[in-house]
Design a protein around this ligand. Structure first.
Ligand SMILES: Cc1cc2nc3c(=O)[nH]c(=O)nc-3n(C[C@H](O)[C@H](O)[C@H](O)COP(=O)(O)O)c2cc1C
Length: 254
């Protein structure tokens, strides 16, 4: 285990061909399952995709981004109230988990689980990368993986042995994110100073220049995460959590 792990970790987007043995994967997931979970209900499921047509299709649904396409394994981590609801029903108990609160609870469990998998996998020499594209095509991914009611994909991870590691990227200074007692109201000047580390980071500067933008903020708002995309994804994702029964079922129209 690397003792400098926490200060040097980074995401991996290029993987080698080396296979990740199934036993290792299961061992990592089992260790990660010691993560905290709401009421010890374990409101998550993980769909493992490794090869064949389904992996190729899943890569496509992640826009064939290198972190997906070069990886031997993609884990789709789902918020899952299906298993728990069924257990309640089988036991003659009356479950009330088909609502937004329960979606948030299961999502929190699933995301904590995802990050625990990242930590355990990386501490064992594997590389990982979250695939935020899971939100963009969540409905198609749900179909591909045959997810039932009350199961929604909320995080995807590519996993494999690294072929290449990117340079460690920047972070805001710790003062930016810590507030003592009450939320500190930073001035415009203070915000500008806090973000200097990002504005000045060389790779970011190059990215801004390559895209003909005036600054890094504009690269985010115009190219990486623009309003239109955020609104479209919000709409399709809301429709999916409704379809999966977390917002009550739509009334059938005649
Ligand atoms: C929710 C989430 C979604 C992400 N989506 C992607 C993605 O789609 N593609 C990618 O290459 N990296 C993705 N990442 C990785 C981030 O870009 C990365 O964590 C961040 O730039 C910091 O880099 P580091 O992890 O190497 O420190 C995602 C990370 C998170 C937490």
């Amino acid at each position: 285990m690397r003792d400098d792990y926490f200060s040097t970790r980074s995401s991996v987007r290029q993987y080698s061909d080396r296979e990740v043995p199934r036993e290792l994967l299961i061992d990592i997931i089992e260790k990660a399952m010691r993560a905290p979970t709401c009421g010890n209900m374990q409101l998550y499921s993980i769909v493992v995709t490794t090869e064949g047509e389904r992996k190729a299709r899943l890569n496509e649904l992640h826009f064939n981004q290198p972190a997906a396409a070069t990886s031997p394994v993609i884990l789709t981590i789902c918020a899952d109230f299906n298993r728990f609801t069924r257990w309640c029903e089988i036991s003659g108990a009356d479950p009330g988990y088909d609502n937004f609160h329960s979606f948030i609870t299961a999502t929190t469990d699933a995301v904590i689980m995802a990050q625990q998998i990242v930590t355990v996998a990386e501490m064992n020499g594997l590389g990982t990368c979250y695939l935020g594209t899971v939100n963009y095509n969540a409905a198609e991914i749900s179909k591909l993986l045959e997810l039932p009611d009350l199961v929604v994909p909320v995080a995807s991870l590519s996993i494999g042995y690294p072929a290449k590691r990117d340079e460690l990227c920047e972070r805001l200074p710790v003062e930016a994110v810590v507030h003592f007692d009450t939320y500190r109201k930073d001035s415009d000047r203070e915000i500008t100073d806090l973000f200097k580390v990002k504005d000045d980071f060389e790779a970011n500067r190059n990215f801004v220049k390559e895209n003909g933008k005036r600054n890094l903020a504009e690269l985010f708002t115009d190219i990486r995460y623009p309003r239109k995309l955020n609104e479209e994804v919000s709409e399709s994702f809301s429709a999916l959590i409704r379809e999966k029964g977390f917002l009550g079922k739509e009334e059938k129209k005649d």
